[in-house]
Design a protein around this ligand. Structure first.
Ligand SMILES: *Cc1c(COP(=O)(O)O)cnc(C)c1O
Length: 369
């Protein structure tokens, strides 16, 4: 008998989302309006300790507009990890600034503060840590580097809704933070992003998302159309209400995998960190990329267990971004890119699914054989 395929991610859309969208459609007003305003308020209250949140059309737009709103541009360097989705460095390049890649810490996969400090030049304007896989970056150490050199911090919190460090939520550590609302993230609005920032920067993000105007036809600067629609905000509000329960399920699923997996190195959590497990990422220690890819293929083909590799090619080696990294070597990043894969951890997993994942990993890695 062939078991059902366990997908690596699964957006959960229910009656609440359908009813919320239907209500917006019935209102006849579907562009940015009261649903977006309510979503921003609720997101800020629930996840940011009351900090201002501004909704935009995608996470990438959020990072881009956040950098522009803070005045980052040509001549500025922003230090970013290479081990992340390309949107991190893309947003810096789109703002006209230069992404400078630093290495990661081997345990959390987030920026290594010592590597960041070594990358600082007289042009460095900011550091942009990514809270990768839902684990918070080492913000106290990065803040020390930032303060020593007069730098700002921009957080890429695309994968980390609800994560925190020493009780402080991600999204509250720097000038601007971005959360993605893409369908595979911990919560979704279809497409969308949320920008967390203080009120003066928030004013400029609001201008930039709407052709530079807050009052109609009183355009104050040259802006984009990066608005969120009320249809998307309605989905996002329904998802936000469910997020705490889903996060608890992700954490419980991760605890099960931590306790039972053999044959792979499980993801550690730093003291004081709350990990929200956007991904549950393990290492096949010492493996080449090809050996890791073979394990991923066998999990899928022989055991119907989906998994993903985030990210097989570090950003500094992508055709699009390599020009910012000539001669650069990032050994911890390279090793992670060869060794990692992410097992399903999403809230739709059953206990039987979790047991199948453990059995499949043991079989494929020949753990204990
Ligand atoms: C998803 C993601 C983004 C981009 O978000 P979009 O909403 O897809 O534009 C940026 N950074 C990281 C780390 C991401 O995972």
């Amino acid at each position: 008998m062939t078991a059902d395929f366990i997908p690596p991610a699964k957006p959960l859309l229910g009656e609440e989302e359908r009813a919320a969208v239907d209500a917006v459609l019935r209102s006849g007003m579907i562009a940015q309006g009261p649903e977006v305003a309510a979503f921003e308020r609720e997101f800020g209250e629930q996840l940011l300790g009351g900090r201002t949140a501004v909704a935009v059309s995608s996470g990438t737009a959020g990072l881009h507009l956040g950098l522009l709103a803070a005045g980052v541009g040509p001549g500025d360097e922003v230090i970013v990890p290479s081990f992340t989705f390309a949107a991190t460095a893309n947003s810096v390049a789109l703002a006209g600034a230069t992404p400078v890649f630093a290495d990661i810490a081997p345990d959390t996969f987030c920026l290594d503060p010592a590597s960041v400090a070594a990358a600082v030049t007289e042009r460095t304007r900011a550091i942009m840590p990514v809270h990768l896989y839902g684990h918070p970056a080492d913000m106290p150490a990065l803040r020390k580097v930032a303060d020593a050199h007069g730098l700002e911090i921009f957080e890429d919190a695309a994968q980390a809704h609800g994560a925190s460090l020493d009780g402080k939520p991600v999204g509250t550590f720097g000038t601007v933070a971005m959360f993605s609302l893409y369908p595979t993230k911990n919560m979704t609005s279809g497409e969308g992003g949320m920008v967390a920032c203080d009120t003066d920067v928030a004013h400029r993000v609001r201008l930039l998302r709407n052709q530079g105007m807050e009052r109609q036809y009183a355009n104050e600067l040259v802006g984009f159309n990066a608005r969120m629609t009320d249809v998307h905000a309605a989905i996002g509000r329904a998802q936000l209400a469910k997020l705490p329960g889903w996060t608890a399920r992700r954490q419980a699923n991760a605890a099960f995998l931590d306790a039972h997996l053999e044959g792979v190195a499980t993801p550690p959590v730093r003291p004081g960190a709350v990990h929200v497990y956007h991904q549950y990422t393990v290492r096949l220690e010492g493996a080449t990329g090809a050996e890791r890819d073979a394990v991923v293929a066998a999990l899928k083909d022989e055991h119907q267990v989906g998994s993903g590799v985030y990210y097989p090619i570090p950003n500094h080696r992508l055709a699009s971004l390599a020009r910012f990294a000539e001669g650069l070597e990032l050994p911890v990043t390279e090793r992670a890119a060869a060794e990692v894969f992410s097992l399903p951890v999403h809230p739709a997993l059953s206990e039987a699914d979790l047991e199948r994942i453990v059995t499949a990993v043991r079989a494929v890695t020949k753990a204990g054989a």
